[in-house]
Design a protein around this ligand. Structure first.
Ligand code: TYM
Length: 471
């Protein structure tokens, strides 16, 4: 503990580097240091480390990832108030999502330099595909993108593109948060009728989770593949792979990406420190690689430069800022992205659901009773603390977790609006809203479990076979 204090008191933070998205600008070779008196906000990682790791791994780097269009990011400069005031800093990266209050997604759009997924693009989407927008689009859950309009242009012209998403297999079961990008990707695959590749990063979890063995990560990848398949992806158009098993097909592309990315860039984007293992620094090229169709000679039938769209939550964007920076130098298309907000933990909004806190998450393996108990006991309520006050004042929907979870999973817009109205006015009580949510989730999870039971080892093998996809 005294070590910890000592290190923090010496904290210096690095200035923010930007990767201008549309220009190939040399990165600074050495980060400039800004001496600060205060310690940075703590950053609980998605990957809990050992005590000795933690002592070594006090990463005094506060990074605002700045991506694309410079105009959009002009307000976020090194040393501006967001960077200086450590207490108010929200942290969103592939390993931690942390914020004192609700996550400020507008600010992420500014910091990362992405584009807002606005009404116009959703209307165009509906017009071109002839399909009603998915509830995640209608309700602003997928809120940001990079070059989604370019994908719509391709669709309009009848040109081909593919989808790419993934999962880091670190636990036996997926939680509801993990299902958001997969449900959305399944819908996109149906609407666009296009091929899809799904990367399972067993290598990433081995390198980033001190306590996990390699064989275990590979086993978990196969387990997680069953949950992913149960989301309903079309076998003829979907290729699922673990990095350990498919790496030799990707290796030439990975090497090219690695050669074009300096250690300083990787450190600036991902915050690696001297005590991190060297595998971590090499890994981002592995997650970048499937953005390029040349890595899928067989599944994508030799298409050398087929455009790619990546659905994911905004935490993964750092990998793809790096990818988009490298793409033109590989003479490849930059991948397009569509980003979701985080499905929040039961305790409230300032983060994302994490599998390491069992009572903050609902898992796809939970029983109806577990779902009911977790929601009744742990879902943060925006309702008043007495019946009389609730009837008189109504609930604060902005902080109520049960209501927010309903916005993710209740399909019926009219019923959702009715619940919102009645709960906010005091006509409904927290218990009523929790009951609605429990019903929705019990049905959804039970249906998933039925579908998952049908996913045998042979079915997994079929999705993972290296074969030409139909498109
Ligand atoms: P992983 O396993 O952490 O997460 C899998 C996917 O789920 C998203 N996600 C969430 N979405 C909404 N709410 C949450 N609470 C929540 N938690 C996680 C993640 O953004 C991700 O899309 N390195 C990746 C695996 C990966 C990948 C990819 C992901 C490899 N290639 C391409 C997306 C796209 C990982 O560990 O994801």
């Amino acid at each position: 503990m005294s070590n910890l204090k000592l290190n923090l008191s010496k904290t210096a933070r690095f200035e923010v580097f930007s990767i201008p998205d549309d220009k190939n600008v040399e990165m600074p070779t050495t980060p400039k240091r800004i001496e600060t008196g205060s310690a940075p906000a703590s950053r609980p990682t998605k990957t809990p480390s050992t005590a000795s790791d933690r002592a070594k791994d006090i990463a005094p780097v506060t990074l605002n990832y700045v991506g694309a269009d410079e105009e959009e990011v002009a307000s976020t400069k090194p040393g501006d108030s967001a960077t200086v005031d450590a207490k108010k800093e929200q942290v969103v990266d592939p390993w931690s999502v942390e914020s004192e209050g609700a996550i400020d997604y507008e600010k992420l759009i500014q910091q990362f330099g992405t584009q807002r997924l606005d009404k116009n693009i959703i209307e165009r989407f509906e017009k071109l595909t002839g399909k009603k927008a998915h509830r995640f689009l209608r309700r602003g859950i997928f809120f940001s993108h990079r070059d989604l309009s370019m994908i719509l242009d391709l669709y309009e012209k009848g040109k081909k593109f593919y989808l790419y998403t993934g999962r880091g297999p670190s636990s036996e079961a997926l939680h509801l948060g993990h299902t958001i990008p997969f449900h959305f990707t399944k819908w996109l695959q149906d609407v666009f009728d296009c091929p899809l590749v799904i990367q399972l990063t067993d290598d990433e979890k081995f390198l980033f989770k001190q306590e996990l063995q390699l064989e275990e990560c590979n086993r978990l990848a196969y387990e997680n593949a069953k949950d992913i398949i149960a989301c309903g992806f079309d076998l003829k158009k979907t290729f699922i792979f673990t990095n350990l098993d498919y790496i030799h097909h990707m290796y030439p592309t990975i090497l090219k990406i690695q050669k074009l990315t300096t250690y300083n860039q990787a450190r600036a984007i991902f915050g690696f420190t001297g005590s991190d293992n060297i595998g971590k620094s090499a890994f981002p090229a592995v997650q970048a690689c499937p953005s390029f169709s040349q890595a899928f000679k067989i599944p994508l039938r030799g298409e050398k430069n087929m455009p790619c769209l990546i659905p994911c939550a905004i935490d993964q964007d750092a990998y793809f800022r790096m990818t988009r920076d490298v793409a033109p130098r590989l003479q490849c298309n930059k991948p397009a992205l569509v980003h979701s907000k985080f499905f929040p933990p039961l305790q409230g909004r300032g983060g994302k659901m994490s599998g390491s806190a069992a009572n903050s998450a609902v898992f796809l393996t939970d029983t109806p009773k577990q779902i009911k108990d977790k929601i009744n006991k742990h879902a943060f309520s925006g309702g008043q603390d007495t019946l009389e006050k609730q009837r008189a004042l109504g609930a604060n929907l902005d902080v109520d977790v049960s209501y927010e979870w309903l916005t993710f999973f209740m399909e019926d817009d009219d019923r959702l609006a009715e619940i919102g109205r009645d709960y906010a006015s005091g006509a409904m009580l927290t218990g009523d809203v929790k009951k609605e949510l429990i019903g929705v989730l019990q049905t959804m999870v039970a249906d998933h479990q039925v579908r998952r039971k049908e996913v045998t080892d042979d079915v997994v093998k079929a999705y993972m076979a290296v074969r030409p996809l139909e498109f």
